[in-house]
Design a protein around this ligand. Sequence first.
Ligand SMILES: [Mg+2]
Length: 406
Amino acid sequence: MSETVDQDSTRLAAAALDCPAERAVLKEAADQETVYQKKGDQELDHQQTVQRKIIHVDMDAFFASVEQRDFPEYRGQPLIVGGNPQHRGVVAACSYEARKFGIHSAMSSAKAYQLCPNAIFVKPRFEAYREASIAIQGIFKEYTALVEPLSLDEAFLDVTGSELCSGSATLIARDIKQKIYQETGLTASAGISYNKFLAKIASDMDKPDGLFVVLPSAANDLLESLAIRKFHGIGKATEAKMQALGINCGRDLKQWSKSRLQKHFGRMGVYYYGIVRGEDERPVHNNRLRKSIGAETTFSDDLIDTHEMLERLHKLAEKVVSIMQAKKMAAKTITLKVKFDNFEQVTRSHSELLGFQNLDTILGRLPQLLEKTDAGERRVRLLGVSVSNLFALNNEAVSPEQIRLI
Ligand SMILES: [Mg+2]
């Protein structure tokens, strides 16, 4: 997770603020749960392992929904939360009404403006989102201690051992959705299944205000018919690569042996092999470790001078170091991100043997990393610095020799 706003994390969906009646859907889902339980018990006998119950909760068009809740004049309107279209901003989130025009998060605001000149553009109000996020996280904790937040607006919950709602994960998810709506006025979608991957897929199936269960018996059909781009963890580049290899849906992916996938996709190939078979043993971690700390800037005018780029990078590195210090974290890897004027993006990384938390180590590496890109020959619209391979410094097991502080 990056300290900068994760724009992709706010996926688009409808901002159903009027909370449509969904009793019928819920009842159906509750009935399905019975099947799920039975199936679970059967599998329990068969496999001698505990069938897990995982819920993935994801707020619907989170930032935009908070804005529409707080400003009634935005309701029913194509609303874009993000940067100014005149100043190279990007769309952080947008309402369902804006989505109808083909607008989506991470798109440039200028493009969004082209698609819908009547859209309302507003700046993000992170304090309001954070406040809603804290309320939501508090609700999750009423149901289980095993909560793994993925961003401000989504989390995995493991409710395997819970006796709440007669032990029904679907009824727990329904309860959580209702409580979120009562306390925040916002809608969420929930996915329920026996592992994280399927729960995440499920929360996306019935958006907005959705509740969707993937039963063990239904997982196979669902995964086989699922388009490759819907597989969480398969981004645009991998999707294109797979399509070139004739892999368009889960069924195609399943034809591939583990070794062949590994040959083409490395370690991720093994992961793809498992998930398409509904296998995902990753536990729900309630203290998710931060994976990276980063800062980036999109410039209002492209940069061409590398000295100027290094000056900008210096400022970004300072931000990163101040966050590392506040979090008492050290890192081993520095990554430079460069986005060119045609939106093509490259990253260059360097890893140190020893951990570092100081500005000089980062500043010392940035010129070399920048040199490994076409920056200077090509115009640059965005620069970013991040550090990863993080570890905590408040751990006494870390000796001073393991980290270079000065
Ligand atoms: Mg969301």
